[in-house]
Ligand binder design. Sequence first.
Ligand code: UFG
Length: 348
Amino acid sequence: MGERIIVAGGAGYIGSHVCVSLLDAGYSLMVIDNFANSHPESLSRVRQISGVNDPDRLTLVEADFARPEDRARIIDAICSFRPAGAIHLAGLKAVGESVAEPARYYATNINATFGLIEGLEAAGARQLVFSSSATVYGDLNANPISEAGRTGPTNPYGHTKLMIEQMLTDLTRADERWRVCNLRYFNPVGAHPSGLIGEDPNDIPNNLFPFIAQVAVGRRETLQIYGDDYPTPDGTGVRDYIHVCDLARGHLRALEFLSDGANGGAHVFNLGTGIGYSVKQVRDAFAVAAGRAIASQIAPRRHGDVAENYADAHLAAEKLNWTAEKTLAEMCADHWRWQSQNPNGFAG
Ligand code: UFG
């Protein structure tokens, strides 16, 4: 049996894909999730995709790091699992909501991290891969963005990501047994090619791909394109979209990297493709994948958006031996398969 890994937030969109990657690579997992923005069904689907029926390969602790009454139970569960380390994806992630409810964002995201650190300390498992975000670069206008670029989040969600990166880095400075990878995701999209797991937003989607997918499936009328007067080739915003399965594989490589004795300390890696696509390019690629037109109209710019944002992904290629492989067409085809097979997400 392979190593044992905690996946905090493992039932969520990215977490469920990470679970599939790790199970396929032979790891045994303990998922800790409170299902605040996820569904237990996603873990049943993970089992189905991976063909893992042995409960010891994938166990679930339904608990909330932020609830004091859950804390001891989580720490006991982590200790009895005897993990080698953890992947930390537990947290709230909506930019706009974080502006409206900053206290909830700081309390939830920071407390989840404290709880996980406490559990890992108690279990003597000091390897952690953290789900950070390119949002830590804020409005840095220096594309492609490298890890050396200055940070400066522009919203509370981004601040929590940067604060957690700092906390974890400080742990590695205080105690050399700690090893950390902070993974700065660009724009995760797509779904597992099986169509069994994918992103299942609770409300009206904020992000481009889920919104387009809901227009394509008939749940929404029209895509609003937020601005067509940016200094980009077609005037619409440009982003570095990365297939969630490529992203998940990046976590596997980060775990392998940390378990190599030579790689102590804290490390930061961008996970992106290095290629930027505009809103119109994405709309058109999705229309091809779905075999239907996506109705759209130009709307004013969205407050806080930047014109262009894409990664310099060389460091991950060099150190993690990882590069994104899937094309925009595959991102759209896989996202569409998930959406069309599950028009209402996991709720059925
Ligand atoms: N867009 C539209 N219409 C929509 C939604 C989005 O035109 O309905 C545009 C945006 O203006 C932007 C692009 O599509 O140009 C991508 O927008 P997303 O909301 O999908 O993604 P963002 O780049 O704004 O933000 C994402 C995540 C954040 C994360 C950030 C990291 O949502 O959590 O990437 O850079 F912090």
